[in-house]
Design a binder for this molecule. Structure first.
Ligand SMILES: *Cc1c(COP(=O)(O)O)cnc(C)c1O
Length: 427
């Protein structure tokens, strides 16, 4: 292999993938294309674009050059064939499921998920006639048993929010393959710097760009990255991708676009009709954030390890869920599957229970009490009374968010300052 054929490494892709000097102006940074529409060359050009006979820009609900640069960058970082960005992480989840599901169909999901996702899957998607079966991914037989002829996807988080559970992605991907259904992995907490689910066998990766990829708590955004590897035509389970599409004169997405079928469908049907579009300003902030993803994640993980070790040794703390600690049940797995570290989000349980958690939150000075994570700042929240409050207590405990827990999202400040604030807040 000559040097020029060498695939670029992660930190290089984080800066260069999807962006080249602007052909119109030479602008070196990706311009914010703040436009709704794009002038067609002539009537024939317009007709070809609308008929999906040629790829190009029509209207910013579907495609926008700033958003496209971000799509190409996240696809490159995840090792995918294509990506579609959307207005939030939750929008990305609906966008990922939309081409797969239909009335009467179900998905099998991990019981350890972000609280908002548990609500989306246990309640909201039922309005579309879809349903979700939650299973403990440690019980592989239960995962197999939950899959039936109407199952259209398996869904999990690589590292789960908030409990820091580490999913055995190769094992779950094996089950998805046996069943002939796609595996969707929410890689928000790990980021592609720590974990690349497609390499572990995932079909689709979803992200809340709101978190580490943007990295500073400025925008909401989401992305769906397609591996390009799933054979949508192997069965009749995925007619949106394999059967003729009436709105495009009988075009079959998989036959026509091959590994880009899912991404084309997500733009031409998903964004066209659901309209969960990411705006170019938000895409710009996320592109800026991604440039430093590798540097930031390294510091996030180092700080999380230092803070978790300090908390673990503190008598006021009952336990710390961080998978980077040797006592964690997921420590061996994280070292094997995600050797760069266990992320920067974990929970602590306090000896004083619910009241001690509320008191600690009240005494924090530098650390912010907010419903977000993956910010440069260290953040804390009492999950049971906030992000996971719509769940039953049993669901809270299953999700790793019981009433005596505080969730910490460790930032990139100096670790000693984070520890000092926690020390005084623990009282
Ligand atoms: C925040 C989050 C989401 C939802 O993302 P939004 O951008 O807030 O819609 C989904 N999954 C995980 C793991 C998250 O942390």
């Amino acid at each position: 292999m000559s040097d020029s054929d060498r695939p670029q490494a992660f930190d290089t892709l984080a800066i260069h993938a999807g962006s080249a000097p602007d052909p119109a102006t030479g602008a070196r940074q990706v311009p914010i294309y703040q436009t709704t529409a794009y002038q067609f060359r002539d009537a024939e050009h317009a007709a070809r674009l609308f008929g999906l006979k040629e790829v190009g820009y029509i209207y910013s609900r579907l495609t926008n050059p700033t958003v496209a640069a971000l799509q190409n960058r996240v696809a490159a970082l995840e090792g995918g064939a294509g990506a579609v960005c959307c207005s939030s992480g939750h929008a990305a989840q609906i966008m990922a499921l939309f081409p797969l599901m239909g009335p009467g169909r179900n998905l099998v999901a991990s019981s350890r998920l972000y609280g908002g996702t548990v609500t989306q899957f246990s309640q909201t998607i039922r309005r579309f006639g879809w349903s979700c079966r939650f299973v403990d991914l440690e019980d592989l037989d239960a995962v197999r048993a939950a899959i039936d002829g109407d199952t259209r996807a398996i869904f999990c988080e690589s590292i789960s929010n908030p409990g820091g559970y580490v999913t055995d992605l190769p094992a779950i991907a094996g089950i998805a393959d046996e069943a002939g259904v796609p595996l969707i992995v929410d890689n928000t907490l790990a980021t592609p710097w720590l974990c690349r689910p497609i390499e572990a066998g995932a079909t689709l990766v979803v992200h809340s760009l709101t978190k580490y990829l943007t990295g500073n708590g400025t925008v909401t955004g989401g992305a769906v990255i397609d591996s390009g590897r799933f054979d949508w035509s192997a069965s009749d389970k995925f007619p949106s991708l394999s059967a003729p599409e009436p709105a495009y004169h009988g075009l079959k997405f998989h036959e026509t676009f091959g590994p880009a079928a899912f991404t084309f469908h997500s733009i031409a049907i998903g964004l066209r009709d659901l309209g969960m579009t990411l705006n170019p300003q938000a895409a710009h902030y996320t592109l800026m954030g991604i440039e430093t993803l590798g540097l930031r994640m390294q510091r996030h993980v180092e700080n999380a390890q230092a803070v978790a070790e300090w908390l673990d040794a503190d008598p006021r703390v009952l336990d710390v869920s961080y998978a980077g600690l040797p006592a964690s049940p997921w420590n061996e797995r994280v070292q094997r599957l995600y050797p760069k570290g266990a992320g920067a989000l974990f929970t602590i349980r306090l000896k004083g229970g619910y009241q001690a958690c509320v008191d600690m939150i009240g005494r924090l000075k530098m650390i912010s009490h907010v419903a977000n994570l993956g910010d440069a700042r260290t953040l804390a929240i009492h999950s049971a009374s906030t992000t996971h409050s719509q769940l039953t207590e049993a669901q809270q405990i299953a999700a790793g968010a019981g009433p005596d827990l505080v969730r910490l999202s460790i930032g990139i400040e100096d670790a000693q300052d984070i520890i000092a604030d926690l020390d005084q807040a623990l009282g």
